[in-house]
Design a protein around this ligand. Structure first.
Ligand code: ACK
Length: 971
């Protein structure tokens, strides 16, 4: 066959071709048939590749139809079916027509009726060869190089006899590869493949028709298909097979159904794109109590294991002294003689009642009784042992014993008391007198209401935090000296008065400190009236109580490092008072930072952690990846931050401060804390593992590779996390793409919650004139100028993150100095839109960068706005147009004129497209002048198939052409 074709093409001089047209034309069919045998192998091979994508559903594939296709050709001598079979004797349904010598051709080929199976947009893939007219002998004026494709919709098969003019044209089809280009010697058999889509379809099916008007064509295969998003389980919700929408840019919002044994946490939704991809998952289901997640299903907890709530991550082994024999247990039963109080969490061990308090002694004093005892020898495994004192009228016998089977049961002693007189009111005013390193002198005034003659005072004191070991002094005077005390130590005093009616209540606690060894006792200090101290302490207590009442929080709302006006603002906005919304507690408000860590973070045993490799360096030590295996749970990957050896106490505090903050948050877009290791070294913070690392690096690595919807999905996640933080009353202060982590599902999570992080940790942070250290490029002007950090300044930073995301990790303000950035922003200039940025997103960025912080959108508004854009993606189609994007630009930040590049390689490297240098050079684009002529079509031909890369190159060329300088846009 090769020789026949070569012979045919090489033998013919121009004159011979004129003389021998019929020979050539007649030979075409013979050649075509030979070629088809080769092509068939090729087609069969490529078809298996095509079917690899499961989201494509074929409605017709002419290659797989074994019998008659039932297509009709008219006129009869137009399209002809080649009666060939392949090597497996399966028919090759190939139609050809080659009436290039005859005038006025109008040859139709009609398919049989094709059901659209409910799809409203279908795709037609044609594989064909087409003869290049130039390669035919001259004089063939009627030769065409195109054919037309039509369709006609009908609900049934009756529409076959309709007139030609009732068909609707889909397109004129031309060939990329002409027939003569087939290099049969090397067997580079390139078929033309063209795909067209049609929609919206409104009937049950349709016919296709191919019209030839005088070309030489062999139609090798016709495949008709639609696309769907295949049924998938994501976040424990099942999303059904979903046929893509009629519009090529439409995203269908699809609700998921929670898989068996799971319940809705937040209504699960995803979006089915026109390409058959699932995008932007929102919400999730959780395995219900008694079930845990395994491979996207909810598996029952085995006997001996339980899960109390959907929010617990997995089944846990029954705690000590408890068991369950059933599957799907939501709690475990206590073993015999062990109990659980109603208020005990199901994760707590079952406990026994305590043994009796020991050595109880009573001291009856006229009308009152003083009781003392030693705690029980066996507390039954509980820490919350308390004592219950019952006062009964009875005949002087006392009762000791366990009151019931409750582990919280108490022992008590009862004594008769008769009184008809009120006891004295508590002593309220206490002054300290002389203080030495071993003694403290006190004086006080009689109670306001003695209710009788005061017989004596009882003074109880103990070293601060050592309440179990105290001393009692009795005195008839209103002053005493407590001696034998430790130097430089704080002591707590309480005083009460006794009359014939018995003892009154103890005064509140007064705290005084002995002098240190080296310092002589301060007699001046001794003169300071205790009342002043009392009032100060009282005022602080009052403030805490008011804070407690206003914020509705258990531990009081105090943010030592946060601005008071900001708190007020939160109150006015109702953020921290929203019912059901917890508020963030600044670990600084804890006197002992260790207490904060243990309140908010679980302690993990180092033996449960396997460190696998170092993935980066943090400010306090290395960051590693590894695995965590907790008892009764599956092993799972984690990230581990370590505290380097030789740390100072402050470094340890700051390091663990991040865990105290992170541990308070529970949100899918906030990095999740697994726990801390503080009882062994190295000290570690263990968090969930985010496979794709930090967002800025990830975007730079995958430049141009995401759809706008995917980028908006990332931004939506970050905004949702930030909304949660601002609702909690937490101001991040260092929101930037480098502080966002991204996992394998492209879910973004806010991270980096260091206490003094902004001051020390961030390499981007620079010292300001006021001495603070601030990441200038990401920070709102008011926060730079007067440290006004609020959720509104976080919104500014969010705008910068949007810009980073839409420009695939570009550095904000490029290489401008921090000082220039501050000045430009202050003068009203703002970053220009990233390339190809939807106008709606750039407008949102500009809104975030409003000078007046009250005019910036709130995070909940940002989330709603992004949701709206995701639901209606055509709103993302309007891009910021290239000329307006750069027309007001001020600051030159990169060389863009074609003269700025010395070579094609240098240019491609500069726009990070260096991988294409060789292809450009090989295809004759070896100078910048040649490159300037490149079209999108050329790029595709060169094999630049990624749309992001095409855009990058075309945009750069566009910029070179207009010789613009880039910079910032004044507002
Ligand atoms: O960009 P990266 O790979 O992502 O490099 C930094 C490095 O550690 C220092 O911070 C990575 N990293 C931090 N936390 C996590 C995490 N939870 N999961 C995965 N990588 C993390 C970060």
């Amino acid at each position: 066959m090769t020789s026949l074709l070569e012979e045919l093409l090489s033998c013919c001089s121009a004159s011979q071709k004129i003389q021998l047209p019929w020979l050539i034309i007649n030979s075409l069919f013979a050649i075509a048939t030979q070629i088809l045998k080769y092509l068939l192998k090729f087609v069969t091979h490529t078809s298996s590749l095509t079917f690899f994508f499961l989201f494509i559903v074929n409605l017709l594939d002419s290659r797989t139809v074994m019998g008659d296709l039932g297509w009709i050709a008219y006129p009869k001598n137009g399209w002809e079916e080649i009666g060939e079979v392949d090597e497996n004797y399966a028919p090759i349904h190939t139609y050809q027509v080659c009436k290039v010598m005859e005038q006025n051709q109008n040859n139709w080929l009609l398919t049989s009726w094709i059901s659209n199976q409910g799809a409203s947009r279908i795709f037609i893939e044609l594989k064909f060869t087409l003869r290049d007219c130039n390669s035919l002998p001259g004089g063939l004026g009627t030769c065409k190089e195109t054919f037309n494709m039509y369709y006609f919709e009908s609900d049934d098969e009756d529409g076959r006899n309709i007139r030609e003019n009732q068909y609707i044209k889909i397109d004129t089809i031309a060939a990329d590869e002409s027939f003569t280009e087939l290099d049969l010697g090397d067997r580079v058999m390139k078929l033309n493949t063209e795909v067209r889509d049609v929609g919206p379809l409104t009937k049950k099916g349709f016919y296709l028709a191919f019209q030839d008007v005088g070309a030489c064509i062999a139609l090798v295969s016709v495949r008709v298909y639609y696309k769907k998003c295949p049924s998938v389980v994501r976040n424990l919700a099942r999303f059904p097979d979903t046929i893509t929408g009629a519009d090529s840019s439409q995203l269908l919002e699809v609700s998921g159904v929670c898989v068996n044994h799971s319940v809705t946490d937040e209504a699960p939704k995803m979006h089915c794109s026109a390409e058959g991809e699932w995008l932007v998952p929102i919400g999730k289901c959780l395995c219900k109590a008694g079930y845990e997640e395994k491979n996207n299903t909810c598996q029952v907890c085995r006997p001996g294991f339980f899960k109390a709530s959907p929010h617990s991550p997995s089944c846990s082994k029954c705690p000590p002294h408890s068991y369950t024999l059933d599957e799907a247990s939501t709690s475990c039963l206590c073993e015999e003689h062990y109990f659980r109080r109603e208020s005990d969490p199901p994760t707590m061990a079952c406990t026994r009642p305590p043994s009796a308090p020991r050595s109880a002694i009573s001291n009856v004093n006229e009308t009152s009784v003083f009781l003392e005892w030693i705690p029980p020898a066996d507390t039954g495994g509980r820490k919350d042992v308390s004592y219950y004192i019952a006062c009964k009228k009875c005949n002087s016998h006392s009762v000791n014993g366990v009151s019931d089977q409750n582990p919280g049961a108490r022992q008590f002693v009862s004594v008769n008391v008769t009184t008809n007189q009120a006891a004295p009111s508590p002593v309220s005013s206490v002054k300290k007198g002389k203080i030495t390193k071993n003694s403290i002198s006190l004086s006080w005034q009689e109670p306001d209401r003695p209710n009788g003659i005061i017989l004596e005072y009882e003074i109880k004191y103990f070293e601060k935090d050592q309440e179990t070991s105290y001393t009692i002094i009795k005195s008839k005077e209103t002053m005493i000296t407590a001696d034998g005390l430790k130097p430089g130590s704080a002591y707590v005093f309480q005083i009460r008065a006794r009359t014939a009616a018995g003892y009154g209540g103890f005064s509140r606690r007064f705290e005084f400190e002995t002098s240190p060894v080296s310092v002589a006792a301060s007699s001046d200090q001794s003169q300071i009236p205790i009342i002043v101290v009392s009032v100060t302490v009282g005022v602080i207590l009052l403030a805490v109580v008011i804070g407690f009442l206003l914020s509705g929080r258990r531990c009081g709302y105090s943010k030592a490092k946060q601005d008071p006006e900001e708190e007020k603002m939160h109150f006015h906005n109702g953020h921290i008072k929203l019912p059901g919304v917890r508020t963030y507690i600044d670990p600084h408000t804890y006197e002992d930072p260790n207490q904060a860590v243990h309140e908010f973070a679980k302690e993990i045993e180092a033996s449960c952690i396997t460190i696998e490799r170092v993935i980066g360096a943090g400010e306090f030590g290395e960051v590693c990846s590894g695995r965590l295996k907790l008892q009764g749970k599956r092993e799972f990957p984690v990230a581990i931050k370590t505290l380097k050896v030789g740390y100072t106490e402050k470094q340890r505090r700051d390091f663990l401060g991040e865990a105290s903050i992170m541990g308070q948050f529970d949100h899918p877009n906030i990095i999740h804390l697994e726990g801390v290791v503080t009882k062994s070294k190295p000290v570690m913070i263990v968090t969930e593992y985010m496979e794709n690392g930090s967002l800025d690096t990830f975007l730079k690595k995958n430049d141009g590779q995401f759809t706008v919807i995917q980028l908006v999905g990332m931004l939506r996640g970050i905004a949702s996390g930030m909304k949660y933080l601002s609702d909690m009353g937490y101001v991040h202060r260092d929101l930037a793409a480098r502080n966002i982590l991204i996992n394998s599902n492209l879910v973004c999570k806010v991270s980096d919650f260091g206490l003094s992080r902004v001051l020390e940790d961030d390499p981007e942070a620079a010292y300001t004139t006021r001495g603070g250290k601030i990441p200038i490029r990401w920070t709102a002007p008011e926060a730079i100028a007067f440290r006004k950090f609020t959720s509104a300044s976080d919104v500014w930073s969010y705008g910068i993150v949007m810009w980073e995301v839409m420009s695939y990790g570009e550095r904000p303000y490029w290489e401008m100095t921090n000082q220039d950035v501050i000045k430009a922003v202050e003068e009203g200039y703002r970053l220009p839109s990233p390339m190809d940025c939807p106008a709606a997103l750039y407008q949102l960025m500009l809104d975030c960068w409003q000078k007046d912080r009250n005019s910036r959108p709130k995070f909940d508004e940002i989330v709603s706005m992004l949701d709206k854009l995701i639901r209606n993606p055509s709103s993302l189609k309007t891009l910021v147009n290239a000329s307006s994007r750069v027309s007001n630009l001020l600051v030159e930040h990169s060389p863009v004129g074609s003269g700025a590049y010395r070579s094609v390689g240098e240019w491609l490297e500069a726009i990070k497209m260096g991988r294409y240098t060789e292809i450009f050079m090989e295809n004759g684009y070896s100078s910048m002048d040649a490159v300037a002529q490149v079209t999108l079509e050329d790029l595709r031909r060169l094999g630049v198939t990624l749309v992001g890369h095409q855009k990058k190159i075309m945009n750069s060329l566009q910029e070179m052409k207009v010789q613009l300088v880039n910079g910032m846009v004044p507002l």
